[in-house]
Design a binder for this molecule. Structure first.
Ligand code: MIG
Length: 660
């Protein structure tokens, strides 16, 4: 059952798409002070799940989280905000229920941080809608929530292939080299990403003609090899005379305004920019249709970046800072002045005060950005998705975004942002997956190998052994870090095998993805969701159930030769060094130490289950569905969901077959 409680005058967020009549009853479970704060006493046994893209564990107890979409490349234990805001939590224990705090501005979730057994949730203003969901169990509560927020985006099948990316590919030749290296080694590849350097001075919907003289030709050549090019689009539009996107936007009032009514100026990669007012339907329509510049060149996938929106600085703050620095440095700079100086400089990027300086036009009303901040990225995503449906109506377009809010899952996927080449970030990505699935985000994954910092060949190999299970499977790294295309390392034979295993698993992953999307289920679940009575399962933070047949337990420690695994039931351990050579072993319920050499993937098939496993293909398009065989318990059958992998309405070509 879902009850809706309205407080004050909320701004529509568009997260919930089902009409629900608000009740006048007081909100259950929580006490509220009428000022945007909701309090709940946690009992010792309560577990709090949810919050989507956030740091720390699957159980969110013991920290304070802030919903404030933020370009934050430091995903540390003490971080409070990342790129998305997904204000759904599920409390399990003395009472079990879900709660969605639908609020577009800043929100705090103090889950036992100030006081260990107190949960305090606070909206910046008392203008929000809260949905309380009760049900039979965790899965049922999530399903009810997913129903009211609408169906999750389903990407084309090719998006389940392996993708190679790096911020640093600068020319057509760079792209051709990547393709060649993988092809020459016989390692499958479905996509290569174009980061900001393909553009002419970082201007959206332009292509630098010296470095990419014939993008259309390049896209066609790549497509022949089964490789899709996926360019990035940034939120900020460069201020430059003669640049049509800028000129049209100014002329038609499509940009966010400052307090004086002029177009607001911020600085990001292109230099000084205006931010499209994505909360206006006209702006969304206009900006979204610009993607046609690239689809006309044969592009069929995009990633949207910097749409929190990220702001490196605003001019007035930069000027104040420079003036202050002059003052500070005029005399003999003491230590206090030195720290004021470094603090001011560091505080320019993403300064929260800058988000009070601009406005959106919502149905003719000027609304301060900070009140609707968390909706910005979602509406950029929506702009692209809705326009692409018009531009390419027959086919699905691959699409994922960095920033998001609940509801954005209907328009595209998200990637988990700028992680680092740290072992702990394998675990961090994994712990977000169930929480993201709860909020509808199924098409997701992290920068495999790590975005910031230098990776190592063992980290890359172990990371692949995790990421090869995630729907979005992309190797991406930052400019200036060690190059991490798989062919950069001596263990390319081993990593290449992991990519092939991924392709063998595509039928299973795609089928489970379709089921989750069409039936509002979670593809990745904490163990406790399927084994609710098992006290041990509740504590497991580094294993996940994947679909109905698999359990994954990745290795995320350097130099580990294996790991401890908890099996809530008897399962079949699979060890794989290559797609065509594997060993299986039945292990009873309980704790086990599972040895796994560096080049050995281990995963588990659940009791009496089997998964489809195909011969690996050069690209997803070449998947030989007739080669699919069952891997797992003898006598088990599997219900395979397939479709043509590309039609815009996946249900129109959906096929369900039973493999046995
Ligand atoms: O300020 O486009 O998260 O994936 O490579 C950095 C350059 C901007 C941030 C994205 C990252 C991308 C990078 N971008």
């Amino acid at each position: 059952m879902i009850q809706k409680y309205v407080f004050g005058n909320p701004i529509a967020t568009n997260a919930v798409v089902t009409e629900i009549k608000p009740t006048q009853e007081p909100i259950p479970f929580f006490t509220t002070d009428g000022n945007g704060t909701f309090t709940y006493s946690l009992s010792e046994e309560d577990i709090v799940y949810g919050l989507g893209e956030q740091i720390r564990g699957i159980n969110k107890r013991g920290w304070q989280y802030v919903s404030w979409n933020y370009d934050n490349p430091n995903h540390h234990e003490d971080t409070r905000s990342l790129y998305g805001s997904h204000n759904f939590i599920l409390i399990r224990g003395t009472k079990t229920f879900g709660a969605f705090f639908d609020y577009a501005g800043k929100m705090e979730f103090d889950i036992g941080y100030t006081k260990r057994n107190l949960m305090q949730i606070k909206a910046a203003k008392n203008d929000l809608t809260v949905y309380i969901i009760t049900g039979e169990n965790e899965k049922d509560i999530v399903k009810q929530f997913r129903k009211i927020i609408g169906k999750s985006y389903i990407p084309p099948l090719w998006a389940f292939g392996y993708g190679q990316s790096r911020w640093g590919y600068k020319t057509e030749q760079d792209i051709r080299d990547v393709a060649k290296q993988y092809k020459d080694a016989g390692v499958p590849l479905d996509s290569i990403y174009l980061d900001i350097d393909y553009m002419e001075r970082y201007k959206d919907f332009t292509v630098d003609e010296t470095r990419f003289p014939d993008l259309k030709g390049l896209a066609a050549d790549m497509k022949e090899q089964g490789i899709h090019l996926v360019p990035i689009i940034d939120a900020g539009v460069k201020i430059e005379d003669g640049y049509p996107v800028y000129e049209e936007g100014v002329q038609k009032n499509y940009f966010c305004k400052n307090a004086e009514g002029g177009d607001f100026v911020g600085a990001v990669w292109p230099g000084r920019v205006h931010f499209p007012d994505f909360l206006q339907p006209e702006t969304r329509d206009w900006f979204g249709k610009k993607y046609a510049v690239l689809t006309e060149m044969g592009i069929d996938g995009f990633w949207n970046d910097m749409n929190e929106p990220a702001i490196f600085y605003t001019e007035d703050r930069l000027e104040d800072t420079c003036n202050k620095i002059k003052e500070l440095t005029s005399g003999n700079m003491g230590i206090d002045e030195y720290f004021t100086f470094t603090g001011m400089v560091a505080g320019l990027n993403g300064n929260i005060g800058d988000y009070d300086k601009f406005y959106h036009n919502i149905d003719g009303q000027m609304v301060k950005h900070s009140e609707v901040h968390n909706l910005y990225g979602m509406n950029m995503t929506r702009s692209a998705f809705e326009a692409l449906q018009e531009i390419r109506p027959e086919q699905r377009t691959l699409f994922f975004s960095r920033s998001s809010y609940v509801g954005a899952h209907r328009y595209g996927g998200i990637w988990q942002g700028d992680n680092k080449s740290w072992w702990s970030h394998i675990l961090q990505s994994m712990q977000q997956l169930p929480a993201l699935n709860m909020a509808g985000f199924l098409f997701t994954g992290c920068d495999t190998g790590g975005f910031g910092c230098d990776t190592t060949e063992d980290l890359m190999l172990r990371w692949l052994q995790y990421s090869l299970f995630t729907p979005l499977f992309r190797n991406h790294s930052a400019d200036g870090t060690r190059q991490q295309e798989l062919y950069q390392f001596d263990n390319f034979a081993a990593t290449g095998e992991m990519i092939k295993i991924r392709y063998s698993l595509v039928p299973y992953l795609y089928s489970e993805f379709l089921k989750a999307a069409l039936q509002d289920n979670m593809m990745f679940r904490p163990l406790a969701f399927d084994f609710p009575e098992d006290k041990m399962a509740q504590q497991v933070e580094d294993q996940l159930l994947l679909g109905d047949e698999l359990m994954i337990a990745p290795i995320y420690h350097q130099n580990a030769q294996g790991r401890y695994v908890y099996l809530p039931e008897e399962m079949m351990l699979v060890r794989m060094k290559s797609h065509d050579h594997y060993e299986t072993e039945i292990l009873p319920q309980g704790h086990h130490y599972v040895a796994a050499a560096l080049d050995e993937l281990v995963f588990f098939i659940r009791n009496q289950k089997a998964i489809p496993f195909a011969a690996p293909a050069e690209s997803t398009a070449k998947t030989d569905w007739n080669s699919v065989q069952l891997l797992g318990y003898a006598g088990a059958s599997y219900e395979l969901y397939t479709d043509d992998g590309i039609s815009s309405n996946p249900e129109s070509t959906l096929k369900i077959s039973t493999l046995s």
